[in-house]
Design a protein around this ligand. Structure first.
Ligand SMILES: [Fe+2]
Length: 337
């Protein structure tokens, strides 16, 4: 696996100062009106609405830094945001224990996300928050979710089970003393035979909801079969989550094609060890992401990422059939500007 090959966009000091100052003002105003309501989804929505109203007034330089993903592979890393490790406090042991920890970084990430599109939340994940905390949690070491550590988090499309999944995935790093690598593999680099693309474009297997969603797995609807790959004028796109795809149900030829795709994604995968202040932006239709295994200490110094999901208004690059999927009863929430 290549190391650190993700293209970088450096934020200059003027840009980071503007983002931090704007975030601090928004947070102060919000806290003034909603003291002690950090766990109230309605309060989160109001804060996000304020963020969406503030974002257009940011400088051209900041807008430029958040321009659409224009790299061949469909990803980049924004660099240069300040993170004060001491002021941050200990890494929480579970997302639900995060409270308002790192709230300023939440708002900075939301400002960046609001410049890229419309940040979205899930009613059924992390209490409907717009910014998720990704921290290793005791008892989840071997899960295929962001709370894991000891196991390889296999490459996947974020929220692949759902037709309203993000177009862009944004991962902001607050702490990563051990330089644990996030992995990213672009379908644009994968060498795929036409016959495999054709076969994997047929909707033959479902992608089941992942373990982070409360309630989704109890949904009574028949899991819809979905395409793994599809062609667009601009090359192939993918929707891929092997850990939640019942591959054993597929015919041998389909299974073999899926495995060749998996091998290719492993071959082109790059390791991106995010440093504090780095913000990794991935096109969720082009790039699958994962994480290498690591040993969690649970002593307040573990790796800590913040995550947002972004919908890009007007993007029409997904198979039309997706619109009829039930999404296992899971719904996204978007805050109005
Ligand atoms: Fe993920």
């Amino acid at each position: 696996m290549e190391l650190g090959a993700a293209p970088a966009r450096a934020l200059d000091q003027r840009t980071t100062r503007e983002l931090t100052t704007t975030a601090r003002t928004l947070l102060t105003d919000h806290d003034h009106e909603h003291a002690h309501e950090h766990d109230d989804p309605a309060a989160h929505r109001e804060l996000l609405s304020a963020v969406r109203r503030a974002a257009p007034a940011l400088s051209d330089r900041t807008h430029h830094a958040c321009r659409p993903v224009d790299t061949r592979d469909g990803l980049y890393v924004l660099k240069g945001l300040p993170v004060d490790d001491t002021a941050l406090g200990p890494t929480p042991g579970h997302w639900s224990a995060a409270g308002a920890a790192g709230a300023l970084h939440d708002v900075v990430l939301l400002l960046l996300s609001a410049l890229m599109g419309a940040p979205l939340a899930w009613e059924g994940q992390q209490d409907g928050r717009f910014v998720h905390n990704i921290v290793p949690s005791p008892g989840h070491e071997r899960a295929q979710t962001g709370a894991s550590s000891a196991t390889l988090l296999s490459p996947h499309t974020e929220d692949a089970f759902h037709p309203d999944r993000a177009h862009l995935l944004v991962l902001g790093c607050l702490r990563n003393h051990d330089r644990v690598a996030t992995t990213a593999a672009s379908v644009r680099r994968a060498r795929l035979a036409d016959a495999d693309v054709e076969l994997l474009s047929r909707p033959l297997l479902p992608i089941l909801p992942d373990a982070a969603y409360t309630g989704a797995r109890a949904h009574a609807g028949e899991p819809p079969a979905v395409a793994t790959l599809w062609r667009t004028a601009d090359g192939p796109r993918l929707r891929y989550d092997p850990a939640y795809t019942p591959l054993h149900r597929a015919a041998p030829a389909h299974r073999a094609a899926y495995r060749r795709l998996a091998d290719e994604l492993a071959r082109v995968s790059v390791a991106v060890p995010l440093a504090p202040g780095d913000v990794l932006v991935l096109d969720n239709d082009l790039v699958v992401h994962g994480r290498v295994p690591f040993r969690a200490r649970y002593d307040g110094t573990d790796r800590w990422l913040k995550r947002t999901s972004v919908r890009v208004p007007g993007r029409r690059t997904r198979p039309a059939a997706e619109r009829h999927e039930h999404g296992y009863g899971q719904r996204t929430v978007e805050a109005l500007a």
